[in-house]
Design a protein around this ligand. Structure first.
Ligand code: FE
Length: 205
């Protein structure tokens, strides 16, 4: 499936070591030509970095944990359910929720570039975009998990989902034991960004 990159056959490995410099140069050029407004760019970055962050995703997970009807609807059609909550927009058009259980642990990667559900999780962490993560998570997911400090029982299968521009994934981590009776806000605090990518587990109460 296509990713949201114009040049698929141009792997990121071939990019210069300092992409930030290239971005800055590009931004300056586009600003000089009057094609972009730097203030608008700052606003977009601030929105995804600070106002959204992974909190939207945490709300979705906490609600799925505490509301069976919501959980069922989310697993059935995540795009519609999260759009109802107002979580939609660029990089979040087609969402699929995958649920961790005792028998399966889900992890998300974008093997080609860095497709990621921005409206739910904000800006992707640096490691998500790294060549090492993108290559290794497919080949040796359990070793990658171990690097993140996550060791799963042998009977838990690990399933890796490859994001594209057409499909982005939200992992619903397992609800931690001892959280019965906790309200949505308290549950949200246990939902980490990494637990929604599948490289972490939800926190303990
Ligand atoms: Fe991608």
């Amino acid at each position: 499936m296509p990713h949201d990159h114009a040049s698929h056959d141009d792997p990121h490995a071939l990019l210069p070591v300092d992409p930030a410099l290239r971005v800055k140069a590009l931004e300056s050029l586009l600003t000089k030509k009057g094609l972009i407004d730097p203030a608008a760019l700052d606003e977009i970055i601030d929105t995804y970095e600070n106002k959204i962050g992974p909190r939207n995703g945490a709300l979705v997970v906490a609600r799925a944990w505490s509301n069976p009807a919501f959980r069922a609807a989310l697993l059935e059609d995540a795009t519609a359910v999260v759009a109802d909550l107002g979580f939609y927009g660029r990089q979040g058009e087609h969402m699929v929720a995958v649920e961790n259980t005792d028998s399966v642990h889900n992890m998300v990667v974008c093997t080609l570039c860095s497709c990621y559900p921005w409206p739910l999780l904000g800006i992707p962490p640096g490691w998500y975009k790294s060549d090492a993560y993108r290559a290794r998570v497919v080949r040796e997911p359990r070793k990658v998990l171990a690097d993140f400090g996550v060791v799963l029982p042998d009977e838990t299968a690990v399933r890796v989902w490859d994001s594209t521009a057409e499909m982005r994934y939200l992992v619903i981590p397992k609800r931690p034991a001892g959280t019965e009776g906790m309200d949505e806000a308290a549950l949200m605090a246990l939902v980490t960004r990494d637990s929604m990518i599948g490289t972490g587990l939800a926190g303990q109460p």
